[in-house]
Design a protein around this ligand. Structure first.
Ligand code: IVH
Length: 694
C-alpha cells in the first residue's frame, strides 16, 4: 500500500485526484478485506491497513460529494483486528488429535486402557460431543462476574475481545444458579447459525460488501471487530464445552461438570455419554446423519474421558490431551480434471507434486489444487495430466486426489514422468533407499529451500520475529538482503536499503529492527527447532535441549557421534523418541559445511540460553536417566514415562553406564542383568512410586 509519508497530503489533493484516490483505496481495502476475512491471510500489516482506511475517511470528509457507493467506510465490519490487547492464558488452550475411522477410535480407547493400566475388558466411559466449527474462546469469571474473554491465539496468548463477547446473548454477564467457583474459565466455541449466515451475506451484498466464505469466517470476522457495536449487529452464538483455570473442581465426572455449567447459564454442545468405543462410534454415525439438518456447522465428534480423576492422570502430550480425540466426519468429494502437474520444493528439499485442477466446489469451498504427495502415489494411482479425477477435502486439510476415472481418460495421455533434477535449482534430486520422498540435494543453494528455511527460522514457534513475515523474507531474499539466518541479525546495518524499498518508513524499519533485537537471546530448544532439521519438530527440539543443555555441548556431542561406535552415538540413540533415522538426519545436518558455518555465525550473533530444569522442579529425579523394564502393575509404561519426565528425568530405552535408575517390573529380563553388572541402582515398582512421590 502506498500511502505512507510519500502519499500526497489530503489537504493538497484537488477534486480529480481525490476521486481517483478514493477509487484506488476502495479497491485496495476491499482486496485486503478479502484476504483478511475470507482467507485469513492478510498481506499487509494491520497498521498499514488502518492508515489506508484513515486516509480514505479523511478524503471523504474533505470531499463529501465524492463518497462512493462502495466506500469502505460505509461497509459493515471491515475493520481488522489490530489494537486488541494480548492475553496470556493461565491454562493453555490446546488442540486435539484426530481419528479418521472406527479403528482409530478403538485404538484411542485401547491406548487409554493401557495408559491407565486397566484390563482389556474394562469399560472406559466417554462423553461424545458435537465438534463445533467456530472460533475457540475462553471466558473468565471472577466471583461470578464475566471479567475477560479472549481468543485462542497461538494457544498460549490470545486477544482480549471482552467488549465484543459481552454483546452475545449466550454469554452471561453474571453467573446464575449457585456453587460456582471464585475463578472459573469457561471454554467453548463462538459460531454463527447457518440461517443467520445466509441472511448476513445477503445484507453484505446489498451494501456492496464482499460476502463471507462460510459461517466460521463470518464468526471470526465479526468477533475481531474493533468496534463492539459492529459485533453486536452480528448474530453470534456460543456453545460451552469445557474449562480452563478453576479455583475448585467442577465435579467427579465431565457429565456432572457439564450439568453445573448448564445450571450457571451456558448452552452446551449436543452430547451423549457412551460406555466404550462401540457406543461412541454409533453416536458419530447418528450425528453425521443429522448433520445437514443442524443449524450450525460441525466437523466431527469429540470423545472425552468422563472420569475427571482419569483425565488428570492422562494429562497431555505436547499440544494435545491424551484424554480426548476428535473423530472427523468423512471428507466431501467432487469430480474435476487435472490441468497440469507442478513440482513444489519444500524446506527440507522434498519434491512434492501438486495437481492444478479445473476449479470445483467441494463442501462450499472452491478447490483448484490438490497434493499428489509423492512419486509412488502418482504411480500407484497412475495419475496423468488430462485425467478426470475424484478429489476429496477434509476440514482444513489440503485436498487429495482419490482416484482416476479411467473411462474418461483422453486417448493420447501419457504417464507422468517424475523429475530427477530439482525444477527450481537444477541440482540432482535423489531418493534414498527406503524413503518415499525424492529430495533436491541443493540445500542452501536451492532458492526454494533457502526461502522456506528462512521462513521457518522466523516462524512463530521458532524465532517468532514480529513484522518479518513470509512475504518480507521472500522480498529480502530476492534482493539479497538476507541469504542465511545470521543475515537477519545484520539487517540493522542495512537500514538505508530497507528504507529505499516501497512500503517501508522510518517507524516500520525501527520496529522491525527492535523486533529482531528482542530475539537476540533465545532458549536452546527454540533455537534447535528453528534450524529446521528434517524430522526434528518442537517435541524433539525440547528433548535435545533438555539432554544436552548448551549448544556447544550438543554440537560437540554430535561431532563425536558421527563415529557410530562412539559412546556419543549410543547416548543419542538411547534417547527415547530418537531412532536411527532421526539420528541420521541430525548427524547429516552437522556434517554439512554450510550448516556448520550457519551455526558459527549464529552463535557469534546470539545468546543461546542454556536449558536447565527450573529450580521449582527440583525433584529426586531431576536430571536423572531412568530406564523402565518388565511389566508395571499400577500404571502403564507410557504413564510411567510421562511421570518421570514431568519430574525432570530423561527416559532412555537401554541401560548404559549413564543410567541412574532401572525400574524393574515383573518379568524384567536382560536389562536388569546388565544394570546389575554396571552397578546401576535397580528399583522395584514400589520403590519407584515412592521416589516419584506417588
Ligand atoms: S475440547 C484441549 N470440545 O476444536 C482441547 N473442542 O481441534 C480441548 N472444538 O480448539 C478441546 N467443539 O476450538 C472440544 N466439543 C468440543 C469442541 C471443540 C469444537 C474445537 C476447539 C479446539 C478444536 C480442537
Amino acid at each position: 500500500m502506498a500511502h505512507g509519508a510519500d502519499a500526497k497530503p489530503v489537504d493538497a489533493l484537488n477534486q480529480a485526484e481525490a476521486k481517483a484516490e478514493l477509487a484506488r483505496l476502495a479497491e485496495e481495502i476491499s482486496a485486503h478485506d478479502v484476504l483478511y476475512h475470507q482467507r485469513d491471510a492478510p498481506r499487509v500489516a494491520d497498521g498499514e491497513y488502518d492508515r489506508a482506511r484513515r486516509r480514505n475517511a479523511a478524503i471523504e470528509s474533505r470531499f463529501p460529494a465524492l463518497v462512493r457507493a462502495d466506500s469502505p467506510s460505509a461497509r459493515i465490519g471491515a475493520a481488522p483486528a489490530s489494537g486488541f490487547a494480548k492475553v496470556r492464558h493461565s491454562v493453555p488452550m490446546l488442540s486435539l488429535d484426530n481419528a479418521f475411522n472406527a479403528e482409530d477410535v478403538m485404538e484411542f480407547v485401547d491406548r487409554l486402557r493401557r495408559f491407565l493400566n486397566l484390563g482389556a475388558e474394562a469399560t472406559v466411559e466417554a462423553m461424545a460431543e458435537a465438534k463445533i466449527d467456530g472460533v475457540s474462546i475462553s471466558l473468565r469469571y471472577e466471583a461470578g462476574r464475566f471479567t475477560m474473554g479472549a481468543t485462542r491465539g497461538d494457544g498460549t496468548t490470545g486477544e482480549n475481545v471482552t467488549a465484543n463477547l459481552k454483546t452475545l446473548d449466550d454469554i452471561p454477564e453474571g453467573l446464575g444458579g449457585t456453587g460456582w467457583p471464585q475463578v472459573l474459565e469457561v471454554r467453548g466455541e463462538v459460531y454463527m447459525r447457518k440461517s443467520e449466515f445466509l441472511a448476513l451475506n445477503t445484507r453484505q451484498l446489498e451494501v456492496g460488501a464482499k460476502p463471507f466464505a462460510n459461517p466460521r469466517n463470518a464468526a471470526a470476522g465479526s468477533l475481531r471487530q474493533l468496534d463492539a457495536a459492529i459485533t453486536a449487529s452480528r448474530p453470534l452464538a456460543f456453545f460451552a464445552y469445557g474449562w480452563g483455570e478453576i479455583s475448585a473442581p467442577l465435579g467427579e465426572t465431565l457429565a456432572a461438570a457439564r450439568d453445573r455449567l448448564r445450571s450457571w447459564g451456558f448452552t452446551l454442545t449436543d452430547s451423549e455419554l457412551c460406555a466404550g468405543a462401540e457406543q461412541m462410534i454409533a453416536y458419530h454415525g447418528r450425528l453425521e446423519s443429522r448433520r445437514a439438518g443442524l443449524d450450525y456447522d460441525i466437523d466431527g465428534v469429540v470423545y472425552k474421558v468422563n472420569r475427571l480423576d482419569w483425565v488428570e492422570r492422562l494429562g497431555f502430550v505436547s499440544r494435545s490431551p491424551r484424554w480426548a480425540i476428535a473423530h472427523k466426519f468423512a471428507a466431501e468429494r467432487a469430480e474435476t480434471v487435472i490441468e497440469k502437474i507442478d513440482i513444489q520444493v519444500g524446506r527440507t528439499g522434498t519434491l512434492t507434486p501438486v495437481a492444478h485442477l479445473t476449479p470445483v466446489t467441494v463442501g462450499g469451498v472452491v478447490v483448484s489444487r490438490a497434493t499428489l504427495h509423492n512419486q509412488d502415489e502418482i504411480k500407484r494411482k497412475d495419475i496423468r495430466v488430462g485425467d478426470h479425477v475424484v478429489i476429496q477435502r477434509a476440514g482444513d486439510v489440503i485436498p487429495q486426489v482419490l482416484e482416476v476415472i479411467q473411462a474418461a481418460r483422453p486417448k493420447d495421455s501419457r504417464p507422468f514422468e517424475f523429475p530427477d533434477h530439482c525444477p527450481i535449482c537444477a541440482s540432482l534430486a535423489v531418493r534414498e533407499e527406503g524413503e518415499v520422498a525424492t529430495r533436491c540435494t541443493g540445500g542452501w543453494i536451492c532458492p526454494a529451500q533457502a526461502v522456506q528455511r528462512l521462513k521457518h527460522f522466523v516462524s512463530r514457534n521458532a524465532f517468532d520475529i514480529d513484522g518479518l513475515g513470509g512475504k518480507h523474507i521472500e522480498a529480502f531474499w530476492r534482493d539479497e538482503l538476507i541469504a542465511s539466518p545470521a543475515d537477519i541479525f545484520c539487517l540493522h546495518e542495512r537500514k538505508g536499503e530497507i528504507l529505499e524499498r516501497g512500503g517501508w518508513g522510518d517507524k516500520s524499519v525501527e520496529n522491525l529492527i527492535a523486533a529482531i533485537e528482542a530475539r537476540r537471546s533465545i532458549p536452546l530448544d527454540r533455537f534447535i527447532y528453528a534450524l529446521g532439521i528434517h524430522q526434528v519438530g518442537e517435541a524433539t527440539a525440547k528433548l535435545l535441549a533438555r539432554i544436552y543443555h548448551t549448544l556447544d555441548h550438543w554440537r560437540n556431542s554430535m561431532d563425536m557421534a558421527r563415529d557410530r561406535e562412539s559412546e556419543a552415538y549410543a547416548e543419542l540413540t538411547a534417547i527415547d523418541g530418537i531412532g536411527p533415522s532421526m539420528a541420521d538426519d541430525i548427524l547429516g545436518f552437522f556434517a554439512e559445511p554450510h550448516n556448520r558455518e550457519i551455526l558459527d555465525r549464529l552463535s557469534q550473533a546470539l545468546t543461546i540460553e542454556e536449558a536447565s530444569t527450573p529450580a521449582s522442579l527440583q525433584t529426586p529425579l531431576s536430571g536423572k536417566t531412568v530406564v523402565f523394564t518388565g511389566t508395571l502393575i499400577s500404571m502403564g509404561r507410557m504413564e510411567a514415562k510421562a511421570r518421570a519426565e514431568a519430574l525432570g528425568a530423561k527416559v532412555a530405552s537401554s541401560v548404559s553406564a549413564r543410567t541412574d535408575f532401572l525400574v524393574a517390573g515383573e518379568k524384567a529380563g536382560s536389562k536388569a542383568k546388565k544394570a546389575a553388572e554396571l552397578g546401576v541402582t535397580v528399583l522395584s515398582e514400589d520403590e519407584w512410586r515412592e521416589l516419584a512421590g506417588l
